[in-house]
Design a protein. Structure first.
Length: 117
């Protein structure tokens, strides 16, 4: 099964930007839908963004529309999440996931994003 490793998280001031990366190994993600999810302390994990295998269709949570952009480079077996105009409420652990079947069934270990005032 494909393994996913997120990177790019860190501490950033409100209004700043970060770019998360999700590198896959052990197989190609070329034909998989890919998604980003996040989980804030004491909250349920929530959907952030997704991109189809071809990259031609993307979807976003209302809370991040216009601020976040998901993209993929199938040649590099990598998915990205560009996050701009970060808000305090964007603080969370961000997870990358691959939809190898009907559901997202391959997950990374997560990367922490902390937005400070």
């Amino acid at each position: 099964q494909v393994q996913l490793v997120e990177s790019g998280g860190g501490l950033v001031q409100a209004g700043g930007s970060l770019r998360l990366s999700c590198a896959a190994s052990g197989g190609t993600i070329r034909y998989y839908g890919m998604g980003w999810f996040r989980q804030a302390p004491r909250k349920e994990r929530e959907f952030v963004a997704s991109i189809r295998w071809s990259g031609g269709y993307t979807s976003y949570a209302d809370s991040v529309k216009g601020r976040f952009t998901i993209s993929r480079d199938n040649a590099k077996n990598t998915v990205y999440l560009q996050m701009n105009s970060l808000l305090l409420e964007d603080t969370a652990v961000y997870y990358c996931a691959a939809q190898t079947g009907v559901t997202y069934d391959a997950w990374g270990q997560g990367t922490q994003v902390t937005v400070s005032s």
